[in-house]
Design a protein around this ligand. Structure first.
Ligand code: A2P
Length: 327
């Protein structure tokens, strides 16, 4: 009997957990949906049944009630309740940034480092949405020796949850500091003393942790753009070794989770509207950076709510269950 809790089931990522779980139909016998007091008693259709949302509290995980839990209810909720769940024998896959950089918490993207997930102490962290799509690509090319990476992101409002979507749809500025309509805001998460935003620092630090390589020099500029869903990124990479551009395209094409869309003669490159609702990372505009030796430019787009959050977490869960069942 395998049981699984979905914490934050009423939210944007939480409801996508449910969608992805329905699609994957994992070997889980019982689910419980949890959210705040506001949602207690709400009925959610899932797997053809009516589920009544429970209020999350200190006793939700009592008596080793769950084998697994997917959390996406914000960092504060994760900080408070993930350790309680873990103490009660539950393996938490947490979508917040609360535990990502802790040395005893694996930070996992299945295409890159699924083996780390099996060394957990009860909590596994799901990386930041922008980091996930980037490391899938970097991992595919790491044999050339990654020296330096420059990230420039163009992130959708859905990354800020329901309130971000409302700001774009209703031309308000309740979630963002300015109206997002007609603006690009070079400001995601809070500003830090060093002039970077927390989002930028997350991308830098998480990339090194997932690729298990502190020697890579990385910088990032993250912007919120008036796009509903899917993050776009320009990734500039400087390699130690020489490369052949056709070989790079072939390697990316052969990689699990990556789809190359790159035919400039036909105006083919990744678009948000195409990536929307899909689980792959789409890459295009693959070209040499002539300004340095062994430089490469890539454009990539992925659904930040799916591969950038819910799908990645469910893929981790799927592997944990396969291992538990000895498949
Ligand atoms: P609720 O819908 O009851 O507020 P989003 O990121 O889309 O805004 O979603 C946030 C998710 O986190 C929602 O499911 C929300 O539930 C949940 N959440 C927020 N605060 C709490 C809380 N105090 N306890 C449990 N879940 C919470």
């Amino acid at each position: 009997m395998i049981t699984c809790a979905i914490v934050g089931a009423t939210g944007l990522v939480g409801s996508t957990f449910l969608k992805v779980l329905e699609e994957k139909n994992l070997n889980i016998d019982e689910y419980v949906l949890l959210a705040s007091k506001r949602s207690k008693g709400k009925v959610i259709k899932f797997l053809g049944k009516d589920f009544i949302v429970e209020e999350l509290n200190e006793h939700s995980f009592d008596n080793n009630r769950f084998n697994f839990a997917l959390f996406s209810a914000g960092g504060d909720i994760s900080k408070k309740y993930s350790p309680i769940a873990a103490k009660n024998g539950c393996i938490v896959i947490d979508n917040s940034s609360a535990f990502r950089m802790k040395s005893d918490v694996p930070l996992v993207v299945p295409e890159v480092n699924i083996e780390k997930a099996f060394e957990n102490n009860g909590i596994i962290a799901n990386p930041n949405c922008s980091t996930i799509q980037a490391v899938v690509i970097l991992n595919a090319l790491k044999e050339y020796g990654i020296k330096r990476v420059i990230y420039s992101t163009y992130q959708a409002v859905s990354g800020a949850g329901h309130k971000g979507i409302v700001d774009l749809e209703e031309n308000t500025s309740k979630k963002f500091p300015y109206k997002i309509v007609n603006n690009c805001l070079p400001h995601i998460d809070v500003f830090l003393e060093n002039g970077y935003t927390k989002e930028e620092v997350k991308m830098i630090e998480e990339t090194k942790k997932i690729l298990n390589d502190d020697s890579i020099k990385i910088t990032a500029t993250c912007a919120r753009v008036p796009v509903m869903n899917c993050h776009s990124e320009s990734i500039n990479i400087e390699f130690r070794d020489e490369f052949d551009i056709l070989e790079i395209k072939q390697k990316l094409n052969l990689c699990d989770g990556i789809v190359v869309l790159d035919d400039i003669a036909k105006n083919i490159y990744p678009l948000n509207t195409f990536a929307n609702g899909k689980d792959e990372v789409f890459v295009g505009r693959i070209r040499r950076d002539f300004s340095v030796k062994n430089g490469l430019n890539i454009w990539c787009v992925a659904d930040n709510i799916r591969k950038g959050a819910a799908t990645n977490a469910v893929q981790i869960l799927e592997k944990l269950i396969e291992r538990r069942l000895g498949n």
